[in-house]
Design a protein around this ligand. Structure first.
Ligand SMILES: [Zn+2]
Length: 285
C-alpha cells in the first residue's frame, strides 16, 4: 500500500462531548490503519468552533516525540498583539505551516492580512476552514460571500503566500452558482458548471486545497465523474487530508481517494501528487 501524507490532522481533546479525544497513540493507530505515513498536526488556537484549545507548543512537543510520523504546524490567533513575531518564533522552532485558521474574521480582515504577510515571509502555507455564516448557515469562519471574492482578492494581494482552502463554504463553491440562502452546506447532485474553486486553483499558483473532511468528501462524491475529472485536472494544487478531530470518527476520504486510483478513474501521476508529492514539495520534506 502506498503511504499517504495527511496535511490535515488533529490531536488532543477538542470537544467537551468527546472525553477520550485524540491522544498521540490513537492518532498513530489511525494512521497505521489507513496507510498514512506522515501527518501534519494542526493546533486549535481560535476559540470559536471547539471547546478546548490545542496549543502550538503542545503540537511541537508531540511532534518532537515522533519526528518520523508527525509534522508540526503552528496557529496564532490573528487577534493577539504580536502575531508576526510569534509566527517567526514558531517557524524557528520547526513548524512547517500555519492553521487551521477558523476564526470568525472575514477572509480579508486587516488582522488576517498580517498573518498572510508573516506566513509568506516565513514560507509557511496556511490552511483555512471556510464556513458560510449567512443564509441557512449560522456557523461562520473566514467569512466570504458566495463566489469567494474576498478569497480571490487575498490570493492576488499576497502572491508569496500559499492558501490551502478547506471547509463547507470553500467546497460548496466547487460548483458555479452556490447559494447559501437556499442550498445546504453540503450541496447534493451533479456539478453542471465548474465553480470558483476550480477556477481559483487553475488560475493562481498560490491556491491549493485539501480534500479532507465531510466537505471535501462531498465535493468529490456528489458527482463522482466530475470528482475524478477534478482530481485529475487540479492534481498540481490538491493535497490529501482526513481532518480527524474526535475519537471513533469515520473518515471516508481515504477509501474514496484510493479507490479512484485503484478503479482506474485517476492517473498514477494524480494519485501520487495529491497523495504525497505536492505535500513534500510544499513543505520541503
Ligand atoms: Zn480541521
Amino acid at each position: 500500500m502506498d503511504l499517504l501524507i495527511d496535511v490535515h490532522m488533529h490531536i488532543g481533546r477538542l470537544y467537551f462531548s468527546d472525553p477520550e479525544g485524540l491522544p498521540p497513540d490513537t492518532v498513530l493507530r489511525f494512521m497505521d490503519e489507513h496507510g498514512i505515513e506522515i501527518a501534519c498536526l494542526l493546533p486549535m488556537e481560535n476559540p470559536e468552533h471547539t471547546d478546548f484549545y490545542i496549543t502550538s507548543d503542545y503540537v511541537l512537543e508531540v511532534a518532537r516525540e515522533h519526528p518520523d510520523r508527525f509534522l508540526p504546524f503552528c496557529n496564532v490567533d490573528p487577534r493577539r498583539r504580536d502575531v508576526r513575531n510569534m509566527i517567526r518564533h514558531y517557524r524557528d522552532e520547526g513548524c512547517l505551516g500555519y492553521g487551521e485558521t477558523i476564526s470568525t474574521l472575514a477572509m480579508d480582515d486587516p488582522l488576517m492580512e498580517v498573518v498572510y504577510e508573516a506566513c509568506g515571509e516565513a514560507g509557511m502555507p496556511i490552511i483555512f476552514d471556510l464556513m458560510h455564516g449567512c443564509g441557512n448557515h449560522d456557523a461562520r469562519s473566514c467569512f466570504d460571500e458566495p463566489g469567494l471574492p474576498r478569497y480571490e482578492r487575498m490570493l492576488q494581494a499576497h502572491p508569496e503566500t500559499v492558501f490551502i482552502g478547506h471547509g463547507p463554504h470553500f467546497w460548496a463553491n466547487i460548483a458555479e452558482g452556490f447559494d447559501p440562502y437556499t442550498e445546504k452546506s453540503y450541496p447534493e447532485g451533479p456539478v453542471r458548471e465548474d465553480g470558483p474553486v476550480v477556477r481559483l486553483l487553475k488560475t493562481y499558483p498560490n491556491a491549493y486545497a485539501d480534500i479532507s473532511a465531510g466537505s471535501g468528501h462531498n465535493a468529490l462524491t456528489r458527482d463522482p465523474e466530475f470528482g475524478c475529472r477534478f482530481l485529475e485536472e487540479c492534481r498540481d494544487s490538491l493535497l490529501f487530508g482526513t481532518d480527524l478531530c474526535r475519537s471513533g470518527q469515520t473518515v471516508p476520504n481515504t477509501g474514496t481517494f484510493r479507490n479512484a486510483f485503484a478503479g482506474g478513474k485517476i492517473s498514477r501521476e494524480a494519485y501520487e501528487k495529491i497523495g504525497w508529492r505536492n505535500a513534500r514539495e510544499l513543505l520541503g520534506i
